[in-house]
Design a protein around this ligand. Sequence first.
Ligand SMILES: *Cc1c(COP(=O)(O)O)cnc(C)c1O
Length: 420
Amino acid sequence: MSDAAERTRLAQSDNDIYLALKGEEARQRAGLELIPSENYAFPEVLTLLGSAFTNKYSEGYPGRRYYGGQDYTDRIETLARDRARALFRAEHANVQPLSGSPMNQAVYLGLLEPGDTILAMDLSHGGHLTHGAPVSHMGRLFNFVRYKTDPATGAIDFDGLRKVARETKPKLVVCGYSSYPRDYDYADFKRVADEAGALTMADVSHIGGLIAANVMRNPLDAGFDVMTTTTHKSLRGPRGGLILCKEAFAKRIDASVFPGLQGGPHMNQVAAAATTFRLAAMPSFHDYAKAVLANAKALAAALTARQARLVTSGTDNHLMVIDTVASFGLDGAKAQEALDRVGLTTNKQVIPDDPNPPMRPSGLRLGTPAATARGMGVNEMEEIAAIIVETLTSGGDAVAEARLANRTRTLTARFPVPGL
Ligand SMILES: *Cc1c(COP(=O)(O)O)cnc(C)c1O
């Protein structure tokens, strides 16, 4: 919403919400977003999310809808599906999941029966809530069994994975993570799954943009049956989910999303996703994705040089996890709060087999997609690492924190937020 007349109208009709919007915009401009799942949407995405497509009900799929008036919604959903298939080299695409969680639920419910066994990564080692957390509905509906990372290297333990697969005979093997800082060979998962007679699913929600830009491996190239990704993280699109699969599963996936799990798709979101897939195929997005990875390497190196201990000792992707207890004698919650006070937004994070509880975990998760979208490069990563470490070693001193907050503001003032 950039149009001045629209903003004046909002200020007059609901000033409380208008002031909150202004406050959030100011926070995003002045602060620095280092949460790896967050990003700044393309300006075109903001335009389409606030467009007339939000008014339209389109239950069904292009050419087979329950309501009339679908000329333009059919056009955008067909473009979104075709562009997604081309971008990810997929046989079939479903662009209707309302977000990442219903996207994964639709896959489980479409391909499996309640009670079936699903093999997924232990949550403290990097898995997501939707990979069977006991507090999630999917965790109650399916029998989730676990693989882990190797405590010595921090890398996925493929021998352990094969052993659990042989013992538990899963119907589905899930890979893809929210806090695992490494890449891996998807063929290793495929071999284990094939041996167990299981289907394969990669949830690349965090790295979808990096895969689209061909700077990280694509699980579909290794013959995976299903790949899921959010569209709002590294892809810089609208909040939403995307399911890509082999043609053999297309009917079951589509029926599982609608009418199985959802009603009307959000057509403003589908329009914005269609534009995102076009922008993500451009050379400028490839350059962006390369810079995300280069910045993550630079930030990890600069933190390590200042005595920070990183889980797996570094990163191959856009994110890293600092063991704040081992590095600075601070739990992740305290570290997150201190960094909030100097304008750096991060999130507390459990580390593998964390002895501490999730609300006071031992680590802190950082990522580079949003900073890179503002145009920051490796020099800025040096300064960010310095601010982080000086904050976490300042013992909460108010004068030191005020000085560090100034350094953050000086840095962010040079890099406007896209779309704001
Ligand atoms: C973010 C994420 C999701 C869920 O996305 P929401 O849009 O928050 O529901 C699913 N899987 C992984 C691995 C994620 O990182």
